[in-house]
Design a protein around this ligand. Structure first.
Ligand code: ADP
Length: 161
């Protein structure tokens, strides 16, 4: 049986931090499904289709990666539907820890057969979040080292509109 992990997130936009977690996840799992969690109540900068297109381009040609999205359903139900048993999440700060701890415990209560696995961020990415990225890019700052050039270009196009 292959060892599949689901890496869920908003990816609004995808950052170097996300890419790092997924790349490292591939060292441990046979397959990593990068899954955009779409919440119809939440306003995003990039549409689901735009986030899918960016992620597909960023991981083009990489073996063991699938890009997908799921909407208005529990993460554990999505993970089960993909025949995966692991939720892969990144940890940056102590603030992440509190939130992730609560989510991991809730998911374990709902689906004891699914494990949440955390990977510690690389220190050079520890300050990167999608919201900080949006702020920097929308005010004209450089995305170098924060987001891939493709993402920076797309975000700057969006802001101009
Ligand atoms: P969510 O809205 O679910 O937190 P995000 O798109 O912000 O979604 O993050 C998706 C996943 O990527 C989370 O597990 C998050 O901890 C991880 N992640 C985000 N940024 C970084 C980073 N700079 N370093 C490591 N992991 C990160």
């Amino acid at each position: 049986m292959s060892n599949i992990a689901v890496c869920p997130g908003s990816f609004d936009p995808p950052t170097e931090g996300h890419l790092n977690i997924v790349a490292r996840g591939l060292k441990v799992f046979d397959k990593v499904i990068v899954a955009i969690a779409v919440n119809s109540q939440k306003k995003t900068t990039l549409t689901t289709a735009e986030r899918m297109a960016l992620l597909k381009e960023l991981f083009k040609g990489k073996e063991g990666i699938e890009i997908d999205a799921f909407e208005d359903k529990l993460l554990i139900d999505y993970v089960r539907s993909k025949k995966a048993r692991v939720i892969l999440r990144g940890l940056r700060t102590i603030q992440d820890y509190e939130y992730e701890f609560q989510m991991a415990l809730a998911n374990r209560q709902l689906a004891p057969e699914i494990e949440t696995v955390f990977m510690m961020t690389e220190s050079k990415f520890s300050y990167i979040s999608s919201s900080l990225t949006k702020e920097i890019l929308s005010l004209g700052g450089s995305g170098k080292g924060i987001v891939p050039p493709l993402v920076e270009k797309k975000m700057k196009e969006k802001v101009r509109k």
